[in-house]
Design a binder for this molecule. Sequence first.
Ligand SMILES: NC(=O)c1ccc[n+]([C@@H]2O[C@H](COP(=O)([O-])OP(=O)(O)OC[C@H]3O[C@@H](n4cnc5c(N)ncnc54)[C@H](O)[C@@H]3O)[C@@H](O)[C@H]2O)c1
Ligand SMILES: CC(C)[C@H](C(=O)O)[C@@H](O)C(=O)O
Length: 415
Amino acid sequence: MAAFGVHSHRCHLSKLPGLSARRSSSRQSVRLQATHKVTVLPGDGIGPEITKVALQVLEAAGKNHGEDFKIQEHLVGGAAIDATGQPLPEETLAACRASDAVLLAAIGGYKWDSLPSASRPEGGLLALRTGLNAFANLRPAVVLPQLADGSSLKREVVEGVDIMIVRELVGGIYFGQPRGFSANEHGHKTGYNTMVYSEPEVERIAHVAFDAARKRRKRLCSVDKANVLEVSQLWREVVTRVGKEYPDVELSHMYVDNAAMQLLRNPKEFDTVVTGNIFGDILSDEASMLTGSLGMLPSASIPSDGPGIFEPVHGSAPDIAGQDLANPMAMILSAAMMCRYGLNLPQVADDMEAAALLGLLPKWTPRIRGLVLLNLLVLLVATNWVVLRDTETFFDAFDFAALRFTMQLQPSLLS
Ligand SMILES: NC(=O)c1ccc[n+]([C@@H]2O[C@H](COP(=O)([O-])OP(=O)(O)OC[C@H]3O[C@@H](n4cnc5c(N)ncnc54)[C@H](O)[C@@H]3O)[C@@H](O)[C@H]2O)c1
Ligand SMILES: CC(C)[C@H](C(=O)O)[C@@H](O)C(=O)O
């Protein structure tokens, strides 16, 4: 038990979100301080590198508000396979279940690519999602003005994009049965999967999406392939039915192939998008490029109750692992989402997002940094920040975030 009076600080869907970047009121109701139990899963590839950065920012921001995090690291993915033979050891799942939130970096790598599906690192991630029943995956794609030129699309196309993709995460073709390999009547080896959704599965994700849309710009686009697939026809029917309970939200439907095209043609037409597991996987990677880098997109995977999983949209990037090239932004922003939606610590989330945005100021030289700092201080004082804060801690967070990102918007990070 912890935050805001009496309720537990594990995930509550009712607290979810417009989720676009926004400041919290500095006048919060009185809350009890508590230790927040966070299970951290660094995973593979760039996972440990970006985890280190995110935890330093988390701890600095937490300190600002007297919040204490009890961090426990556990194995998942390839690292867990190497150590235990399992991509999701029992001990890891038990620790996740017993925590207030799970912060996961990324799993996977070439080394484990030839293993059978369930034994691969990806199998561990999927088992974690189902093990916590984290059915609602929220993937915000917001284009920051300072990154608008980093997108492969024109500035005028992407500037101002603010999309929330709500992806169903524990059903659909990823989990449908039957699945496997067999031989057809010609003796040819075949592989098959089943894309299946039941009415309750669609209903619950539709409610999450309508609630999110209601707190945003009140437009929801449901993406399916109802011109071909029965599973999508059911999806459309159920989403339409649920929509009757949200007369204030404008609902539209779009085929996934058209949605993929419209996301590039006119991304600003989208506000909130709801879709199934595989379409959401693909469209969220596509949306990430609107923001300039896959390394920018955080996500929250939320159950109806219990701890949520907070993880970047990107993978373990084995091609750049260990070279200090990874953009830690998505991981920091995922940890911020964890504070906001998993731990009910909106002010800590605000600080983390602010620190992350500072890291995006281009081309740091000592002189520019000094000037920016000065301007920033003026801005912060003007917006009531510094007067309310422990300045030294703020600068800890600032220094770390801004310098460690180094990035100076290296073109390689905007791949
Ligand atoms: N949630 C997850 O853990 C997750 C998600 C996607 C892929 N994966 C796994 O990751 C492995 C690699 O998959 P992939 O190459 O298709 O996808 P990926 O997201 O790991 O990488 C795609 C490209 O984006 C770059 N990139 C990704 N994150 C970056 C960051 N933070 N900073 C800078 N550049 C970044 C990579 O260098 C690569 O060029 C696979 O094993 C895959 O299954 C895991
Ligand atoms: C690694 C893989 C199982 C995962 C998915 O497909 O869900 C990834 O692509 C993601 O988007 O988180």
